[in-house]
Design a protein around this ligand. Structure first.
Ligand code: BES
Ligand code: MN
Ligand code: ZN
Length: 499
């Protein structure tokens, strides 16, 4: 989709459709919406007066000017209550309008920049949110369909129309960032939507390598034999069930820049989680193709970070393997030695995510980081505690504060859980240094507590459990049913606010 900015009046645009918006409770629209209303002889005011349009969030109506203005259609979208207005409402509004336009067969859409200047949202942020919302709302995963039941063509262009020419530089910046962030989210969504017979560890490592070829990122793929010689016994225990050999993509932005703060992002990359010998029930097992959602978010984040040119050294580590049952697979009760040297008793082979993360978190020390984040579809217990849409975070308080603030801005929200030392009791093993499972009580926390043993000491670290957030069961304004890309925007916003 081509993006453009025009300095001019929206009601003067020759367009297949123009988009304006309206707050709930407004009876006399002002600004661009007011100008369109006036040009249409008060049609929008009449809609409101009749009670047919109330401006509720994502409420939508299409008007046909029939020559009163050059545009063929006017799409009016509700912004909801002004006191509840945020950049997330802008994303939703842009998505709702763009999807409606596509449904109508519109291929070139003109829109105002909703809410620029309202509620403390500066024009740059507003433009970013419009572009992000439109791209993410229009996302469809078509690559495996040979027949499209919905033959509506994609939008070819989106034009932001702003009367005040002085805002143009800010809008240009916002538009650029919005496109980068949306396309990076879409990269993550595609990796999650792809089934496990396609998105294998090799495939995902290849995607990371291809990304590096297209950008300034560097990428090295660690092969299984290197993991063996390093002694990544925890990661490799998950790969023992055969199938595809394990890999780890190592993506770097600003590699070698010792002058910059270093942040390592570790993403769980289980390309399919059958549970292994502790096999899962069949119902809903297909969802476990998304158990590499953390890795997908990290790869997307590295893309965004490099294209945004952030002044940080960022490293992305994606431990990639399937978790399959097999005669060679790990068995409950097995003890393995991690890269850290700690011996781990495997209690349940379905608690595999923490095993791959353990070694990747230790390996993160190679980069002498100032901060480490891991992101993982880690526990069903997290879904029980917070639901599928909210991430659980544990670890360093200062990093958590940064992450949670970014979560409010992106609406990829996070809530802290404690890592009190009392939880350590649950991980005591009879035969090894530690067992990887703490039983049913506080399962999300004991998973985090287990992980806390593996990053280098004295490096601030945060664990982000995104279980259930990687795939949405329902259509939301800018999150269509299916892979969400959850965590990508959260990580990038955290890094954008670093300085
Ligand atoms: N990948 C799952 C966690 C998960 C659950 C992700 C729901 C997405 C949605 C993880 O590897 C897992 O299987 N966890 C088990 C561990 C248990 C068997 C000890 C869980 O939390 O149920
Ligand atoms: Mn599992
Ligand atoms: Zn898993």
């Amino acid at each position: 989709m081509q993006l453009e900015i025009i300095s001019g009046a929206i009601q003067r645009q020759t367009a297949q459709a123009i988009v304006v918006s309206l707050f709930e409770g407004v009876t006399e629209p002002g600004g661009a919406t007011g100008a369109v209303d006036a040009a249409l002889g008060g049609q929008i005011r009449a809609l409101i007066a009749a009670g047919d349009f109330r401006g509720k969030r994502n409420e939508i109506v299409v008007l046909y000017p029939a020559g009163a203005i050059p545009a063929q259609r006017v799409i009016v979208v509700g912004l909801g209550k002004p006191e509840k207005f945020t950049s997330d409402v802008i994303r939703q509004t842009a998505a709702t309008a763009a999807k409606k336009a596509r449904d109508l067969g519109v291929t070139h859409l003109h829109t105002i920049v909703h809410g620029a200047g309202v509620g403390g949202i500066v024009p740059e942020q507003a433009a970013e949110a419009v572009v992000e919302g439109a791209f993410l709302g229009l996302y469809r995963f078509h690559e495996l369909k040979t027949q499209l039941e919905d033959a509506r063509p994609d939008l070819e262009s989106l034009t932001l129309v702003e009367l005040d020419a002085a805002k143009r530089p800010a809008l240009t910046e916002g538009l650029r960032a919005g496109q980068i962030i949306a396309e990076s989210t879409i990269l993550a969504r595609n990796l999650v939507n792809r089934p496990a017979n396609i998105a294998t560890p090799a495939h995902i490592a290849e995607a990371a390598q291809q990304l590096a070829e297209e950008t300034e990122l560097t990428c090295r793929v660690m092969e299984k034999d290197e993991m063996e010689s390093l002694g990544m016994g925890a990661l490799l225990s998950v790969n023992q069930g055969g199938g595809e050999p394990a890999r780890m993509a190592i993506l770097e932005h600003n590699a070698g820049r010792d002058d910059l703060p270093t942040v390592v992002l570790v993403g769980k990359g289980i390309t399919f989680d059958s549970g292994g010998i502790s096999i899962k029930p069949g119902k809903g097992m297909w969802r476990m193709k998304g158990d590499m959602g953390g890795a997908a978010a990290v790869i997307g984040a590295l893309r965004a970070v490099t294209l945004l040119g952030l002044p940080l050294h960022v490293v992305g580590l994606t431990p990639l393997t399937e978790n399959m049952p097999d005669a060679c697979a790990s068995k409950p009760g097995d003890v393995v030695t991690s890269l850290k040297g700690l011996t781990i008793e495997i209690i349940n082979t379905d608690a595999e995510g923490r095993m791959v993360l353990a070694d990747a978190l230790t390996y993160a020390g190679e980069f002498h980081p100032d901060a480490i984040f891991d992101i993982a579809t880690l526990t069903g217990s997290k879904v029980t505690a917070l639901g599928g849409q909210i991430a659980a975070v544990m670890g360093d308080e200062a990093l958590i504060a940064r992450l949670r603030a970014a979560g409010e801005a992106t609406r990829e929200r996070a809530w802290q859980l404690p890592l009190f030392e009392e939880y350590g009791e649950q991980l005591k093993s009879n035969v090894a240094d530690v067992q990887h499972l703490g039983g049913r009580p506080a399962g999300c926390i004991t998973a985090g507590f287990f992980l806390s043993k593996f990053p280098p000491a004295d490096v601030p670290w945060v664990h982000v459990d995104i279980a259930g957030a990687e795939i949405s069961d329902k259509d939301q304004p800018y999150i269509p049913k299916g892979a969400t890309g959850f965590g990508m925007r959260l990580l990038v916003e955290t890094l954008r606010r670093w300085g």
